[in-house]
Design a protein around this ligand. Structure first.
Ligand code: PAF
Length: 307
């Protein structure tokens, strides 16, 4: 069934107030549109999250809301705000297929009446590293709009993709640090058959760039396989794949703990970590990441005669 479309805050409130009053839990998937199978899988995770009755025992099957809003606040000068794909009719079909109840598609004025907000959410030190280093202000823009969407939709559960891993960690942190009362769920990255992470920006890649782009995921897997040999081996294995690929201009390749705090100087065998990569392929900036388990060099050496 085609979802109801709310263009204003008032329409959104009208569509949700009765269901909230009946005790139903609300799930939200915030997006910037240009929806693909990756977004559809977030919607499935969100629908499942409210399919069962909530902890307070309200009715099962609460409403699933998808917001579609290209947020100017998170684009820096020279980024792709103007050329960001806008495909509302196709997006509505994806939402209909996924059983979305309400699509919230506000204008910029509806979200930011009177212009950019004076009070914004500061991401703290985690906003300065990785993506934040090349995209100053980006995460303040993301957190501010997500906080506003949480305020307008008042969801019980918000679902975000692990593909934007730093964004997911920061939103989780914001929800906890500011006591927003939203459960933040991270959904697994959906990939093409050759491993390329699904992204709305993949449409910018020409066929040759599309082939080069697969190197990001291959590099992450090479690192995961070498992970048992320790940190330098994992990073070297990934770098070797990226160097061998033509047309991949590496921005960063970094290992961190799952909450993105730095790895300790001595990594113990069995440490769970996250490897994150960003690179330009042509004019398109792509990111990807993978969890991996690190070993210590000595663990991975076969026992020698003196062991
Ligand atoms: O991941 C995105 O699409 C955006 O950053 C988000 C979370 C919808 C905020 O604009």
């Amino acid at each position: 069934m085609t979802p109801a479309v709310a263009r204003t805050r008032a329409e959104l409130a009208d569509l949700l107030s009765g269901r909230r009053a009946a005790g139903e839990r609300v799930a939200l998937v915030p997006t910037m549109g240009a929806l693909h199978a990756g977004h559809a899988s977030l919607m499935t995770v969100a629908r499942d999250a409210v399919a069962a009755a909530g902890p307070a025992g309200g009715p099962a099957g609460g409403p699933l809301v998808v917001s579609i809003f290209v947020n100017p606040l998170q684009f820096g000068p020279g980024e792709d705000l103007d050329r960001y794909p806008r495909t509302f009719d196709a997006d509505l079909e994806v939402c209909a297929h996924a059983g979305v109840d309400v699509v919230f598609a506000p204008s910029v004025d509806e979200v930011y009446p009177g212009g950019p907000p004076q009070v914004t959410v500061h991401p703290g030190p985690l906003g300065e590293v990785l993506e934040g280093r090349t995209r100053p202000g980006h995460f303040a823009g993301v957190l501010t709009v997500v906080a506003k969407l949480f305020g307008l939709v008042r969801p019980d559960v918000g679902v975000f993709g692990q593909k934007d891993y730093q964004q997911l960690v920061l939103i989780r942190r914001m929800a906890a640090d500011l006591c927003l009362g939203v459960e933040v769920v991270g959904a697994e990255t959906r990939r093409e058959d050759d491993g390329l992470a699904l992204s709305s920006r993949n449409v910018y890649l020409d066929p040759a760039q599309r082939r080069d782009a697969v190197a990001l995921n291959r590099a992450l897997h090479a690192a995961r396989e070498a992970g048992a040999l320790g940190v330098p081996a994992a990073l070297d294995a990934a770098r070797a794949v990226l160097d061998a690929a033509g047309g991949v201009d590496l921005d960063y390749l970094e290992l961190a703990l799952p909450d993105l705090s730095p790895l300790p100087a001595d990594v113990a065998a069995g440490t769970e970590a996250r490897l994150l990569v960003a690179a330009r392929v042509g004019a398109t900036r792509l990111i990807d990441n993978l969890p991996l388990t690190l070993g210590a060099v000595d663990d991975a050496r076969p026992p020698g005669p003196d062991h």
